[in-house]
Design a protein around this ligand. Structure first.
Ligand code: ZN
Length: 332
């Protein structure tokens, strides 16, 4: 009984303490703070930002191109390796979506199948996990690749100088190289890319002069009208400066299976003096492209070029002799 009484007394004391505690705090001004806190929390929850971010960062299974070419990531990228028909520049960033890596391989193999000994010289694709890449505005999401032109010697023999060489619209090198732009094989490469049944090549950036040259060659060869139209639409030429006179910049479309994460067009760059006019042009071109209508390529090129001109990029590792090399690859 004594024990019970002691327990009862302890309990009573304990209860009294518990009872006074809250009462005291309720009376204190802290109660108001307690009331406002939930409101704050609510506000945080409503924003819901951390959740969205977490979803974006979640690493998906398999390969994925996430985000835009100029602000994106690559997951599960495949490395393009040198082979009989492909030479990957040493020290380059050779990762891309398997779709890109394979369409390049297929196209190069097709060209070398037709023209023995042909080797496609490849510069940068993307870094292993994508993201910003030195010397490039895009190449961030595994959908971009820079590839050199096929060249011939002055005597018409296939040559591979193991680097990019800049050409004028006359097919002659801008520097002192003794090579020529090989219309036949460069067109064969374009054709192989555009007729690939597995991967949709969205853009082939190349200088205006070389674009015209290739289209003239195609017309002379009487290629199918459909192919010609597609080439005219996919070959994009910056209007103001020939920054793509020493390589093709290949961009594949977002593969259907990753449409929700993959952003087709590069983001417009707001800062750095990006004018409303250039933004309008680019947006116009992009919306036309989205609709699948053949957009006036020069317009789209202009928009791109305006941006390129405004963004000084550091020289790419390949920069060799031609002046144009210094401009690097500043595609959107
Ligand atoms: Zn490029």
């Amino acid at each position: 009984m004594r024990l019970l009484a002691r327990i009862a007394a302890t309990l009573t004391l304990g209860l009294a303490l518990v009872a006074t505690g809250p009462r005291a705090s309720e009376a204190a001004p802290g109660a108001k703070a307690a009331k406002t806190e939930p409101t704050k929390d609510k506000g945080k929850k409503d924003k819901g930002e951390p959740k969205k971010g977490a979803e974006k960062e979640r690493k998906p299974k398999g390969a994925l191109s996430a985000g835009a070419p100029n602000k994106g990531r690559l997951y599960g990228g495949e490395k393009l390796a040198s082979s009989k028909s492909v030479e990957v520049r040493g020290g380059g960033h050779a990762y891309g979506l398997p779709d890109l890596v394979r369409v390049l391989r297929r196209a190069a193999a097709k060209v070398s199948g037709k023209h023995k000994g042909s080797v496609l010289y490849v510069g940068d694709l993307s870094a292993k996990n994508g993201g910003a890449l030195f010397g490039h505005n895009s190449h961030q999401s595994g959908r971009d690749a820079d590839v050199g032109f096929y060249m011939v010697s002055e005597k018409g023999k296939h040559v591979n100088p193991h680097r990019f060489v800049a050409f004028g619209s006359d097919g002659r090198p801008r520097g002192g190289e003794v090579v020529r732009f090989d219309d036949e094989r460069n067109w064969a490469f374009v054709e192989a890319l555009l007729t690939d049944t597995k991967t949709d090549v969205r853009y082939l950036f190349v200088s205006a002069g070389l674009r015209t040259r290739l289209l003239k060659y195609a017309a002379k060869k009487n290629v199918a009208k459909e192919l010609y139209t597609k080439a005219a639409s996919v070959l994009m030429s910056p209007a103001d400066a020939d920054v793509h006179d020493d390589h093709f910049h290949v961009r594949i479309a977002c593969p259907e299976r990753m449409k929700s994460a993959c952003v087709e067009e590069s983001y417009l760059r707001g800062g750095g003096g990006g004018s409303a006019a250039s933004a309008t042009n680019a947006a116009g071109a992009a919306s036309k492209d989205t609709k699948g209508e053949p957009a006036p390529k020069e317009k789209a090129g202009e928009a791109k070029e305006e941006k390129e001109a405004k963004e000084a990029a550091p020289p790419p590792p390949v920069a060799t002799k031609a002046k144009k090399d210094e401009g690097g690859d500043k595609d959107r």
